[in-house]
Ligand binder design. Structure first.
Ligand code: ADP
Length: 177
C-alpha cells in the first residue's frame, strides 16, 4: 500500500526490517543499552554484525522517545537509527514518547540528508504497546512530519505479520488526508 504526501511516498509492507536493500536508513526498536536483543534489535544486530554494538556503546544509554544514529555495518543500508520506544503501562506519557520516536528518527535522518527511512512497529513487541493504538500514533506522526520534510522522499513501515500490515492499512485509510 502506498500513499503520497507532499512529495513523500509512504509505504506499508510486510517483511523483515533487516533486509530492506533499497532503503538508506533502517530504524531499530532498540533497548536502552543499544545492545543485541530479541525482535527487531536481534534481527538488526545479527545482520549488522558485532561492529554495530561496538559503535553504539558510547551512545548508550538512551531514554524512551530518544533516537541516535550509527553506521549499518553488514546490513544492506547506510545507517541505523536506534529508537527506544516506551514500555506500555510503564513509561509515561506513552503516546507522546512513541510519537517522539518517530519525530526524532525523522529529524536525525533529515539532518543527515537521508532520502529513505524504514520503520518497524516500535514498542509493539516486547514493550507491549497494542498494535492499533501504536499504528495510529506512528502513522499520524509520520503524516504530520511529512509536510516538513525536505531530504526524505520515502518512508516505509515494515510490519512483521500480515495482520500487523492489515491493522496499519486500516488505520492509514481512516486517517488519510
Ligand atoms: P519493542 O521492544 O520496541 O516492542 P520488538 O522488537 O520486540 O520491539 O517488536 C517490535 C515489533 O517488531 C513487533 O511488532 C514485532 O513483531 C516486530 N518484529 C520483530 N522482528 C522483526 C523484524 N525482523 N522485522 C520487522 N519487524 C519485526
Amino acid at each position: 500500500m502506498k500513499q503520497f504526501i507532499n512529495g513523500v511516498t509512504l509505504e506499508l509492507m510486510q517483511g523483515d526490517i533487516a533486509s530492506q536493500k533499497d532503503i538508506t536508513a533502517v530504524v531499530n526498536a532498540a533497548n536502552a543499552e543499544l545492545r543485541i536483543g530479541g525482535g527487531v534489535a536481534g534481527a538488526i544486530h545479527r545482520a549488522a554484525g558485532p561492529g554495530l554494538e561496538r559503535e553504539c556503546q558510547p551512545l548508550a544509554p538512551i531514554r524512551p522517545g530518544e533516537a541516535v544514529i550509527s553506521g549499518a555495518h553488514n546490513l544492506p543500508n547506510k545507517y541505523v537509527i536506534h529508537c527506544l520506544g516506551p514500555v506500555y503501562g510503564v513509561d509515561k506519557p506513552e503516546d507522546e514518547l512513541l510519537a517522539d520516536c518517530y519525530r526524532n528518527a525523522l529529524n536525525i535522518a533529515e539532518e543527515k540528508g537521508i532520502d529513505s527511512v524504514a520503520f518497524p512497529a516500535i514498542s509493539t513487541g516486547a514493550f507491549g504497546y497494542p498494535m492499533e493504538s501504536a499504528a495510529t500514533i506512528a502513522l499520524k506522526t509520520v503524516l504530520e512530519e511529512a509536510k516538513k520534510l525536505k531530504s526524505i522522499k520515502t518512508i516505509r513501515f515494515v510490519l512483521f505479520s500480515k495482520s500487523d500490515l492489515e491493522v496499519h492499512a486500516a488505520v492509514l485509510k481512516g486517517i488519510a488526508m
